[in-house]
Write a protein that binds this ligand. Structure first.
Ligand code: GLA
Length: 671
């Protein structure tokens, strides 16, 4: 998708307001620099008040009004909010939980993704919308549904069971293959007929791990199918109009790497909890993930809160300057659009205390002033619309691995992927080193360093890819409980981490998951001591050298951190979990060896730096997340696009302020 301007705007729900308000809305939008709104997201009941009876006149008037005020429309399909009549006519569209409870009408997302009646209605409303607005000059983009797999991610109704069986038939073609993959020889679970197969419902004891994994794969695919059905309608009727749906951070139920390939542009809803001192690390990590889903393509921040949300126990305001800073953080990490939920704060309904661009207090309010100031300054950044973020490090992220890793009955049920990804990510964030996320089968050749935390499930293709990456000169850091199972979740024979033995130059005999509160220490070969926690692998070296050994317990003296030269590259292995100081030591060593350096070294804590660049220019984003004014080195001279001022090697940033310095491109980062 080509961006001609930064998008700025939000969800617009005019149906909650009398028509008199609409004129005020559009003129305020104009004054706030709004150029795009997401319209009609929950309007199904108003657009189709009875089955097949449509009322578009109100929407025609809204579209015209927006267009005449220079606001384009990201037109939504309202399919996340099936109307009451549909539920009344077809109660079987309602989703059913694993224990058989039906979830009723009265909020939203109350549909089963496998229900043919629902899917028919959804495609019909998409088609009617597309036919009606296909030539409307305000139509800029299609917003399909809203946050797939939010609130409910799977359905256990009879339609879902039937769809699961069909999905399994396609995947395995024969019951013999399914029985093999699911390992049904264990506890006599063999199937002799497809109709005997059920989803992983409540069982007396451990469920079949592969059955559970396939169910999650299937459920993830099902949301994609719903999206694709609507997208097909739009591609038929409006082939030139981009299609998106709004994603939600590290959202476990859907494989976003897979799903994103179906979208013309990736978009994200982001609600960091700004009461947490490290909220910016969480949002940075999310933005880097979202950018990586369609590498080298800009994305859209489709929703964020202007200030507080209303769904946490205690909802933090965004303090003065924080909303702007967070928005610029998204731009720094590849966003070409800053949008909000929602335009005007609701007067009623479940979200009336959720902040909005135009709050209950009206325009004489801090929120409004900050929102309209941002909308009016974003166009100053238009030079960088076609720039990219070029990271030299990738952290591997694989949804299937995430699902499999966190199923029950593991050596430790406390092993969770995302906190571990975050521990590595934080090390790089704090050094202001740019990071992509990549699936393990991706082309990794442009990265100097790849970090793979807990890559428990690894396909043959991914294992080859990683081995080749190192053999061809890459540096890899793999952490414990990696390479353990194949795609079917069967143990890889030949000792733990078998697919990586040669590359790592070691074998792993057994795991030692620690009891809560138990720690150990490691002693490094350069004389340092660090605490390690949670887990220890009992490792035997072949060609690898040890960089740190355990100090206590029966495996004392055994390697905790190793390094091996493999082909032209180097593979590091971390057989335990380190606290931040130990991780800092390890990452420093690896970065030095991989020759990756920060763009601007030795910055004060709380200063975040990112770079977007094109062939001839680069834009250095400097964000001050602290409550104090700071002098920050800028490396070289340029112009701060936000203030319009020339910068000579140093910039003064007041509390929560930011600069975007346009500079001539130089060779950076990698020595
Ligand atoms: C999500 C939804 C919106 C709204 C916001 C509230 O992002 O897409 O409709 O409910 O959450 O934070």
């Amino acid at each position: 998708m080509k961006f001609e301007q930064f998008f700025f705007g939000g969800d617009y729900n005019p149906e909650q307001w009398p028509e008199e308000t609409w004129l005020e809305d559009v003129s305020l939008m104009q004054s706030a620099g709004v150029n795009l709104v997401s319209l009609g997201i929950f309007s199904w009941a108003k657009l189709e008040p009875q089955s097949g009876i449509f009322d578009f006149e109100w929407l025609d008037r809204v579209m015209e009004l927006l267009h005449s005020h220079g606001v384009s429309v990201n037109l939504a399909t309202p399919t996340a909010a099936p109307p009451a009549w549909m539920v009344h006519l077809h109660p079987q569209i309602l989703p059913v939980t694993a224990d058989g409870t039906t979830l009723w009408h009265g909020s939203r997302r109350h549909y089963c993704p496998h229900n043919p009646d629902y899917r028919g209605y959804a495609q019909r409303i998409a088609r009617v919308l597309a036919e009606r607005y296909k030539n409307h000059p305000a139509l800029a983009m299609w917003h399909v549904d809203n946050e797939y797999a939010c609130h409910i991610s799977e359905c256990f109704c009879e339609h879902s069971v039937a769809a699961f069986r069909e999905w399994l038939k396609l995947r395995y073609t024969s019951l013999d293959q399914l029985n093999f993959a699911w390992g049904t020889a264990f506890w006599g679970q063999a199937y002799g007929d497809w109709n005997e197969i059920q989803p992983p419902r409540r069982t007396p004891a451990q469920k079949n791990p592969t059955q559970q994994l396939d169910w999650t794969r299937f459920s993830s695919d099902s949301w994609q199918v719903c999206f694709e059905e609507q997208k097909r309608v739009f591609k038929e009727i409006t082939p030139a109009v981009p299609v998106t749906t709004n994603f939600m951070s590290f959202h476990r139920p859907i494989d976003y790497f897979k799903f994103a390939q179906l979208e013309d542009v990736v978009s994200l809803d982001s609600y960091p909890d700004t009461s947490q001192p490290d909220w910016m690390v969480h949002s940075a990590m999310t933005y880097d993930l979202i950018r990586s889903l369609k590498k080298d393509n800009p994305w859209i921040l489709m929703e964020q809160a202007a200030s507080l949300v209303n769904w946490r126990q205690r909802n933090a305001v965004k303090r003065p300057g924080v909303m702007r800073l967070g928005s610029l953080q998204a731009v720094a990490r590849g966003a070409n659009g800053i949008m909000f939920f929602q335009w005007r704060q609701s007067k009623f309904g479940g979200e009336m205390f959720h902040s909005a661009m135009l709050p209950h207090a009206g325009t004489d309010s801090r929120t409004w002033r900050e929102v309209s100031a941002l909308g009016n300054e974003l166009p100053r950044l238009s030079n960088l619309l076609s720039s990219k973020v070029e990271a030299k490090i990738a952290i591997l992220m694989d949804w299937e691995n995430w699902w499999a890793l966190e199923l029950d009955s593991k050596p430790s049920s406390d092993l969770k992927l995302i906190p571990n990804l975050q521990a590595f990510y934080r090390q790089l964030y704090e050094r202001n080193i740019m990071v992509d996320f990549a699936p393990p089968e991706a082309d990794l050749s442009s990265y100097k360093l790849v970090i793979a935390p807990n890559l428990y499930l690894v396909t043959g293709i991914a294992a080859n890819n990683l081995n080749n990456y190192v053999a061809n000169g890459g540096t890899l850091l793999l952490s414990y409980f990696s390479g353990i199972v194949d795609n079917n979740q069967h143990i890889n024979s030949g000792g733990y981490a078998a697919p990586f033995h040669e590359m790592l130059g070691l074998t792993i005999e057994e795991f030692v998951p620690y009891q809560a509160g138990f720690n150990n220490t490691i002693r490094t070969t350069d004389g340092k001591q660090f605490k390690n926690t949670f887990w220890a692998d009992v490792v035997h070296l072949n060609t690898a050298e040890t960089l740190a050994n355990y100090e206590q317990d029966y495996y004392a003296g055994g390697p905790a951190v190793t390094r091996n030269t493999f082909g032209k590259g180097t593979a590091y292995y971390l057989g335990t979990e380190l606290l931040p100081d130990g991780l800092e030591w390890l990452i420093d060593r690896i970065l030095e060896q991989a020759q990756v350096r920060p763009d601007l070294p030795n910055l004060s804590a709380g200063i975040e730096v990112m770079l977007r660049s094109d062939k001839s220019k680069e834009w250095l984003f400097i964000l001050n997340h602290t409550a104090t004014s700071l002098e920050v080195p800028t490396g070289k001279n340029g112009t701060d696009l936000l203030s319009g001022q020339e910068v000579n090697g140093m910039i003064h940033l007041s509390a929560y302020a930011a600069a975007v310095i346009e500079q001539e491109r130089i060779y950076r980062g990698v020595v």
